[in-house]
Design a binder for this molecule. Structure first.
Ligand code: SAH
Length: 497
């Protein structure tokens, strides 16, 4: 973490002379907002210069104060809206402004869905240099000869699949624990936007009610048992984070207490209190994290009471989920996402399919119902254990799994004669490893289905696949995280004949 020093003050003069801004720091002016950045800040233009304005929406005009100037752009504070967008909402959450969790509660839901689609389109055009159906060529940025040749018709980007009731959708909460600044009492909630100050929270509008109840109960128990909250500055204290996860279909719940050190003081009382207050909890887990890091989990995980996993169901398939495994947080939209992925895979019952970055085998098992055989690969060994268990649990015999980096395991499979008619990838935010993309181009499956949580790396990787002989047919954005800036999408690529 960087600490504030006098450096900022010393540099003001230099910064002023380095910027191309036609105004000074602290100046007040009116800007027109013409867009939203990928983190949900308004993009303002004033005298031809770009100013980012937190809280302002496209189509609005605002009085702002210039806070920080860089060479080509700056940041300004919203003082007053002189023209309001019709899409502006009153954020229903009281702590929306302080909390970093949601960024778009002031933005009408339908408008948000349209913005998410446009965000995908813009990335495909700007980063992927791809042609999109019904869109211009982005002021000549699409070079003739690349996108034009590979994708004459342009990619169809469908409307974002939204939720009919976009609240209380999260099945997982992970909250930092700390001490209240005045009473020093144990609190848990969220880090204030852009800082590490913990703000206590009892109710989160995008969180499943049961998770909120668990967090409230764990806080109360922690206070009763006088458990010292972790202090990030000194590295002292015990409880760092609490995670609550609920299987929305089964009602089963898991609690993970993340502690600084192996010892959890008053362990038997913890278990007794939790079981009494929260009868749906089937699994109480401790994870030890002694490192000075923002990463929530440490390497050591043990069961304090109950089962190592909880169960949930998606579209009739049952899943065992352990503490460390990735499991999509919005189950309703996950079904929409996976169904789209399966539809794009175009299976007839005989195909060999590779599911790269398979987690606990969720997409793999959806695919297995319609494929010849599915091979799943994932880097977290516990997740692969879950995936194997999940295949058995559902009597699915045409899916097999291996732990390891996709970019290492799939090339080896190829040498062993395992190839695929369809490859599905669902990588983390940084996108696919280049070595994996290369292997896909060597295997040359008929179709590639790309599930992505980051439009910019999606666009980059689609460009690589297009240059290697694939055509992106269509992309469907699915809103997995309403009121936040996150955009998930599924893309279908077919091999050029
Ligand atoms: N398809 C799954 C998981 C998607 S999240 C689902 O929908 O639930 C991305 C997954 O990629 C995570 O489980 C992460 O552990 C895994 N991962 C990250 N890097 C990887 C790599 N190099 N090779 C294989 N898996 C990786």
């Amino acid at each position: 973490m960087t600490r504030k020093t006098s450096k900022g003050a010393r540099n003001t003069k230099a910064v002023k002379s380095e910027t191309n801004a036609p105004f000074l720091k602290n100046e007040e002016l009116t800007v027109d907002i013409i867009g939203l950045t990928h983190d949900g800040e308004g993009v303002g233009r004033a005298n031809g210069f770009t100013l980012f304005v937190q809280g302002a929406l496209p189509g609005e005009s605002a009085r702002v104060r210039v806070m920080k100037l860089k060479k080509q752009y700056g940041y300004a504070k919203l003082l007053e809206l002189t023209k309001k967008s019709e899409d502006r909402l009153n954020p229903p959450c009281d702590i929306f402004k302080e909390c970093g969790g949601c960024q778009l509660q002031h933005f009408d839901y339908e408008a948000q869905l349209a913005w998410k689609r446009q965000h995908v389109v813009d990335n495909l055009k700007r980063i992927g240099k791809l042609q999109v159906e019904g869109e211009g060529s982005d002021s000549g940025q699409v070079e003739a000869g690349t996108a034009g040749k590979a994708n004459i018709a342009g990619i169809t980007v469908l409307p974002t699949v939204g939720m009919s009731d976009p609240w209380r959708y999260r099945n997982k909460a992970a909250v930092p624990v700390g001490a209240s600044q005045d009473s020093k009492e144990l609190i848990a909630g969220f880090f204030a936007r852009g800082s590490h100050r913990i703000i206590d929270m009892d109710d989160c509008l995008i969180q499943h009610d049961d998770n909120d109840e668990v967090i409230r109960a764990v806080k109360r128990i922690g206070r009763e048992l006088r458990i010292p909250p972790y202090n990030e500055e000194t590295g002292q204290g015990v409880l760092r984070h609490v995670m609550a996860r609920t299987g929305v279909v089964t009602g089963e719940m898991m609690i993970v207490l993340i502690t600084n050190g192996k010892r959890l003081p008053r362990q038997p009382e913890w278990i007794e209190h939790i079981r009494k207050a929260l009868p749906n909890v089937k699994s109480i887990i401790q994870n030890v994290n002694e490192r000075d890091t923002n990463v929530i989990f440490g390497d050591e995980t043990r069961v304090l009471w109950g089962s190592e996993v909880i169960y949930d169901e998606l579209d009739g398939i049952r899943f065992a989920i352990s503490a460390r495994s990735f499991y999509q947080v919005n189950p309703e939209q996950t079904v929409a996402l996976y169904r789209t992925a399966v539809e794009y895979a175009g299976l007839t019952g005989v195909e060999k399919v590779i599911d790269a970055y398979c987690g606990i085998g969720t997409i793999s098992l959806f695919l297995a119902r319609q494929a010849g055989h599915v091979y799943g690969v994932e880097i977290v060994p516990e997740a692969i254990e879950d995936a194997k268990r999940n295949a058995k649990l559902n009597g699915i015999e045409n899916a097999s799994f291996e732990a390891g980096p996709a970019e290492v395991v799939i090339p080896r499979w190829r040498k062993e004669g395992i190839e695929a008619d369809v490859i599905v990838v669902d990588p983390p935010r940084k996108g696919c490893d280049p070595a994996l993309l290369e292997t896909i181009l060597e295997i040359r499956p008929e179709r590639v289905v790309y599930v992505s949580c980051n439009p910019s790396t999606l666009a980059r990787d689609l460009r690589t696949l297009e240059d290697g002989g694939y055509r992106t047919e269509k992309v469907t954005p699915v809103d997995m995280f309403p009121w936040t800036v996150h955009v998930e999408s599924v893309a279908l690529l077919t091999r050029n004949s």
